[in-house]
Design a protein around this ligand. Structure first.
Ligand SMILES: Nc1ncnc2c1ncn2[C@@H]1O[C@H](COP(=O)(O)OP(=O)(O)OP(=O)(O)O)[C@@H](O)[C@H]1O
Length: 356
């Protein structure tokens, strides 16, 4: 086990930023810490780095309790969203920096430093800009320099806080693919913070879902997406339609209507208030005269590349609620805007509805 976080708690005044966090990160894996703004991701990363002190609990790095170790002694590399490269130093010198400031006994000889920096610049594909200054680079190139700089001292752990957050969507996409490839080559245990679910699902070996200072779920991208442990995870990862009603034998009863289909009700009692979560691609649209289902009206058909997004408004018991389905172009041919239809879930997950 590379990093173990045990019973970690952190308050800012009365506010619990982290509540009883327990996590194990394996050697060589790339893990995303994912959650909405303010859920505690950065605080957790900073405590692991040694930049912030926890109120209680411990951080164990490669078997050694690091809780009382200074940030310099933890051997972690960082890359932040706005990583301040030294403006007055060339790219080469920025990457060499961490090696040059080592104590005399640990510092490699000048020739070895030059070889190492050259290797790192090759790795991040920036050898051709080695003599430039940071202001002469694009945002994406700067972040790659920041990564090379963090890797120069051969950290045991790499911590990245929204490393591509400030970049535009296209560059972000390229860099995250690049980060994945780089990680496959180096296998440095890496944790990266993001609030972008697509980024987390695409890049990470495992994803930690956080909400309000707590861990909601940890698992592979497929596990957290296909088997969400809570309604929070379900709705945070991709869009969902919500249907409020009562648990019945046939599924979910909404007034006189039924949301049919195979509904997984966990251990909810018959008659209890529940919300069904149905992803757009799990929602089937049937003609208005079909038996069962929920009555709705199509408000818009939006082409989204090869798929059509169908926006709907509920009628009767779901009056005014907005729903969204996803169809192939072929399937969508049967429908037009303004048409009355019935909605049936091909698959749905029920959660207790505490608001009723
Ligand atoms: N130094 C501080 N003093 C007081 N409150 C703080 C401090 N740092 C963080 N917080 C609070 O702790 C909570 C968690 O903050 P944190 O930065 O860890 O969240 P986050 O998930 O990284 O959010 P974001 O995605 O917006 O960066 C927030 O409510 C924040 O306001």
């Amino acid at each position: 086990m590379s990093i173990q976080v045990q019973q970690l708690n952190k308050h800012f005044n009365q506010y619990a930023a982290l509540a009883d966090i327990n996590l194990d990160f394996h050697d060589g894996e790339l893990v995303a810490l994912l959650g909405p703004s303010g859920c505690g991701k950065t605080t957790l990363l900073r405590i692991i780095a040694g930049l912030e002190q926890a109120d209680s609990g411990s951080v164990i790095i490669r078997g050694e309790d690091a809780s009382d170790l200074h940030v310099r002694e933890r051997n972690v590399g960082f890359v932040f969203q706005h990583y301040a490269l030294f403006r007055h130093m060339t790219v080469f010198e920025n990457v060499a920096f961490g090696l040059r400031v080592k104590s005399r006994s640990e510092r490699p000889a000048e020739a070895a430093i030059r070889v190492r920096v050259k290797e790192l610049l090759d790795l991040v594909q920036l050898s051709h800009v080695a003599e430039r200054y940071p202001t002469q680079l694009s945002g994406g190139q700067r972040q790659r320099v920041a990564l090379a700089r963090a890797l120069a001292v051969q950290p045991k752990v790499l911590l990245l806080d929204e490393p591509f957050g400030a970049l535009d969507a296209q560059v972000r996409k390229e860099l995250r693919r690049w980060l994945r490839e780089l990680h496959d080559e180096l296998h440095v245990t890496s944790l990266f913070v993001t609030h972008d679910q697509e980024e987390a699902l695409e890049v990470a070996d495992r994803v930690v879902l956080m909400n309000a200072g707590r861990v909601e779920q940890i698992g592979t991208p497929a596990e957290v997406y296909d088997q969400p442990a809570s309604s929070f995870v379900h709705s945070f990862l991709g869009s969902v339609n919500q249907f409020r009603g009562r648990v019945a034998e046939q599924g979910l009863g909404i007034g006189e209507q039924w949301l049919g289909g195979p509904i997984s009700a966990h251990h909810l009692a018959q008659g209890s208030a529940a919300i069904a979560y149905v992803r757009p691609h799990e929602l089937e649209i049937l003609p208005a005269d079909a038996p069962g289902g929920i009555s709705a009206t199509i408000t818009r058909l939006l082409p989204m590349g090869p798929r059509i997004r169908v926006e709907l408004r509920g009628n009767g018991d779901t009056n005014g609620a907005h729903f969204e389905a996803e169809l192939s172009k072929e399937e969508a041919k049967a429908f037009t805007s303004g048409q009355g239809v019935r909605l049936v879930a091909k698959q749905a997950q029920l959660y207790p509805d505490y608001q009723i």
